[in-house]
Ligand binder design. Structure first.
Ligand code: ADE
Length: 226
């Protein structure tokens, strides 16, 4: 998979996408991430990417020209499955969308800033608008990092334990059950007996029960969605 990210703050994205599982996926050649600075697509000496909003009001708007130029240059080089825009008024991001995006070859992500991008870019270039939650970030970069991370960890071969991504919270519509490691007793607090029993079927059953219990308590809406 290849992900191209268009941003006014490439530095903000470098580190989050250069650690742990995502770093390993890149090193193994399973994922490529390319950061593009939108200022490199401006044509004035000040490298201007924003301007005042028509009709007035507080806050700047991202100018259409540098964005259109950047998107079109990339689209000349390959076909994109989706051209994504990160914005608080987009479609709420959930695991099924991450699963779907992980089957794509080429993704482009445009990071919003200020009051957002000129609506004409959204109308004519963007194919998918994503919100990562009902709160407002300073920019779309952290949202883009979250999308890239959640998609890349699903690519075949990225997580060595093949079943690991499948047992994540949300993959079966449930929150994940509690987990424990050694020691079996810590400050007098014991690990549930069943987990030490070596009885695979009983352990599976216990985990499912705990996952259902936890989901019912913390996120009852997830059970209703099923
Ligand atoms: N940009 C600012 N806030 C955002 C959010 N909640 N989701 C996606 N992009 C954003």
């Amino acid at each position: 998979m290849r992900i191209d990210i268009l941003t006014v703050l490439p530095e903000l994205l470098k580190s989050p996408l250069d650690h742990s599982i995502v770093k390993r996926a890149r090193e193994k050649g399973l994922a490529e991430i390319h950061l593009h600075n939108l200022r490199d697509f401006t044509d004035d000496n000040y490298r201007t990417v924003d301007d005042y909003a028509f009709g007035g009001g507080a806050g700047m708007v991202m100018k259409p020209e540098p964005i259109a130029r950047a998107i079109e240059k990339l689209q000349e080089e390959r076909n994109y499955d989706e051209v994504i825009y990160t914005t608080p008024d987009g479609t709420p991001y959930k695991q099924p969308m991450a699963n779907r995006l992980s089957t794509c070859q080429n993704l482009m992500i445009l990071c919003g800033h200020y009051k957002g991008v000129d609506q004409r870019i959204r109308d004519h270039f963007i194919t998918l608008e994503i919100s990562i939650g009902d709160y407002v970030l300073s920019g779309g970069e952290l949202a883009a990092a979250i999308i890239a991370d959640s998609v890349i960890r699903l690519l075949p071969g990225v997580i060595s334990d093949e079943t690991s991504a499948l047992t994540d919270s949300f993959q079966d519509g449930l929150l994940a059950p509690p987990v424990y490691t050694r020691p079996a007793e810590f400050r007098g607090w014991k690990v549930p007996e069943v987990l030490l029993s070596g009885h695979a079927a009983r352990i599976e059953e216990w985990r499912l029960q705990k996952a259902i219990e936890r989901t019912r308590k913390r996120r009852p809406g997830l059970l209703r969605e099923k």
